[in-house]
Unconditional design. Structure first.
Length: 207
């Protein structure tokens, strides 16, 4: 009887507990073993970019960056946030997930820049957007001081992309935001020096 109870009830619970512990251990190991990015950029749009485009853009930008965390390589991470600002047909769960994820990351991550599909609406809804020179937006600020066309960057437009993604990005704009980490790194400034250097190198490359 005891053997049957063990086989039918106790043993399955032990196996389940070991499996859960294994998954948790794998997640922890993966989190510590995965290389941390030196820079983060974001894409905010209604359609997801392909993995091929994400890799190509990240790789292209890494050539202009610095090994900030000293791990021997320059890594740029591109985070995607699926948000539709002017559509009544958007998936409400996907929309909520995109907005929530972006809201959290704007408070925790230092973005080099954001590639935005609907820049005007994004700027209206995001109170951390800065002018392209890193200043606060005022009533006198012109929209051209806040966003640049994706097409204005010779670095970004030179990246080979699938036609579908190229069509999406062609209509996008580039904006920058305040960085949570900059207050510590630069004594109250709104942008870190490293992210500013990369942004300027990509958007305003010197000949």
């Amino acid at each position: 009887m005891k053997r049957k109870v063990f086989l039918d009830y106790t043993l399955p619970r032990i196996i389940a507990a070991l499996m859960v512990a294994g998954v948790i251990a794998w997640l922890i190991a993966d989190a510590f073993s995965s290389p941390k990015p030196d820079y983060v950029i974001g894409y905010v749009g209604s359609r997801r970019l392909s993995d091929e485009s994400v890799h190509a853009i990240s790789h292209a930008l890494s050539a202009y960056g610095e090994d900030i965390n000293g791990n021997g390589e320059v890594l740029v991470s591109l985070n995607q946030y699926l948000i539709q600002y002017d559509s009544t047909e958007a998936d409400p769960y996907e929309q909520m997930a995109g907005i929530s994820s972006l809201s959290v990351d704007l408070k925790e991550l230092d973005f080099v820049c954001l590639i935005v599909e609907n820049a005007d609406r994004f700027i209206e809804s995001c109170d951390t957007v800065l002018t392209l020179s890193g200043g606060k937006i005022t009533l006198q600020t012109e929209i051209t001081d806040v966003r640049l066309p994706f097409q204005a960057s010779p670095v970004l437009t030179a990246v080979p992309l699938p036609a579908k993604d190229a069509d999406i990005l062609r209509e996008c704009s580039i904006v920058i935001t305040e960085e949570p980490g900059a207050r510590t790194l630069m004594g109250g400034q709104t942008r870190t020096e490293a992210d500013t250097r990369l942004f300027e190198a990509v958007m305003f490359p010197r000949e």
